[in-house]
Design a protein. Sequence first.
Length: 293
Amino acid sequence: MSIEVRDLRLRFGDVDALDGLSFSLAGGKIYGLLGRNGSGKTSLLSVLAAFRRPTSGEVLINGAEPFENAGVVSQICLIRESGDVYDNERVASVLRAGRQLRRDWDSDYAEKLLERFQLSTKKRVQSLSRGQKSALGIVVGLASRAPLTMFDESYLGMDAPSRYAFYEELLADYTAHPRTFVISTHLIEEVASLFEEVIIIDRGRLVLHEESDALRGRGVTVTGPADVVDTFVASLTVLGQQTLGRTKAATIYGELNDTQVRAAKLAGLELGPVALQDLFVHLTRAEAEGIVR
């Protein structure tokens, strides 16, 4: 399912949770939604899932507005950090509800996932640990096979082996049953390899939307003697700098051309890539300081 967001605004009292957000997402990809705490990620996903009505602007899912549109909403699954399951229900009841509400629900796959995450259908949700509740939310999200499936920090309660099991299952099931995934996360480096495109928002506004590989290519670290580094980056967009003694490392935003690469090597400077998580930190800081627009 494709997503079209046009000048989207969501206001709570005097606060703009989303402030003129616009972007387009083609269907059938895995998207990473990144942003600091309070950036508007959860608000955006709530609007996409039709949990909230926009204050203004427009959201289209496959060309149709989702709010109060049963035909569209039935094809969307949003799993939030809470797992979106009721504490007083048994696990079996949660799966039964999923089967009744989701037209593409796969019961066999749900059973397989329960076994992988070691969840018993007889237990009540309230008796599960935080990690088990998160795992149950993951089961519901993946087994729903919804054409648009979104996870909002829904695996934070899980331990590392369980999170990596989730990443493996998501990629395998996406390959077998292509659909649109949107994953909001703070654990960027763990899940970054899944992302085909990345959306970064800050204070309710779009910082960038780009293919993951292209985004990684836009960040370069320049390391060497401090005075040489300062001279080299003087005309470039510097996102951040670190100095240790006489050595400085500067993170720049933008691709270097062949002439600049040769000049760096002749000056004895070292050029290196920037991890997606580090680039995210630098970009959101730069956005806040007005360096990047």
